[in-house]
Design a protein. Sequence first.
Length: 353
Amino acid sequence: MAGGRPDYKVYRSRRGGLLSGAGGLESLRERARRRSPRPPAGPGRERGPRGEITPSRVLKWIALAVAGWLLVSLVAFMVSAQLQHGSSDRAEAALSGGGNLFTGSTVLVLGSDTRIGDSIDKTQAGPGRADSIMLLRAGFGSVRKLSIPRDSFAQIPGHGGQKINAAYALGGAGLMIETVEGFLGNGLEVNHVVEVDFKDFPDLIDSLGGITVQNKSRICSPPFDNFFKGFRLSKGEQELDGRTALGYARVRKNLCAPAENDLDRAARQQTLISGIRDKLVSPSAFVRLPLISWQAPKTIETDMAGPSLFGLFTDLVTGNKDETPVLRPSVLAGTLQYSDEEKKAAVDRLLGR
């Protein structure tokens, strides 16, 4: 040391060093971020870098795809329902006001034997009669049902007493509504009507990919409609396509079980409805859902608009699977006749009283 002062050297930093300027500071911050550990993922979540496939992302994609598929199906149903013909003016005039599918509504479902469609013999002329008659009490996921045999004896307004299914031939759905209300009595009011069009019914079954039924007895039917060689079906579990399902619902005589009557025929129709419902809630139906949604409204004519009709279908699918009660006659002589007590009990069960 000279003069008592220590020797030292002075260094000057070079221009543009590590921390000089905003760019240098940003570079330092970026390095710190890269070296710092990734914060832990929250409970039930897995995080990964962008583009990495994780279970949470897969579930999100699946949920979006399912929602999109359901939306497409809903739009197809609404558009198809809008394009279909409604009920006749007389039918709508005969309906009772009030009731909705949330608080409860009574729906008359009619299937006619009108000779139209590929599976019906066009050489058989004459007005169609009600081939099946069913009442539904639907409301917010709950459905109660009652089947009325077509050979039931009833007073038809303006036409006297005869088989109840003749009302459809004499005055269409409007007269049928009036006849059913008068026949059962006990405060029954029909709020809506649905007429099943057998012309498109086979297409509905085929859109489902066919259905499965439990056939309770072997069927050997003589020729009818376009089943020129008759209709044959073994006992037990059977797979039915659209044309076969229509024949199964319409068999009138069973030579393999001669004692069968209209009650057995109604029971077969209930088995068919159960088969449709079971198929609708199956995984395979989800894949076909847009096609089913498009085809279902084409099978019917109704006074209900798209949203109400969609609500009815939803109630039918989500409602109970109990077998449909069939009105039980007290007299089985040509036409079926019923006691007042049976009618009252049936209406009370239907309306939940």
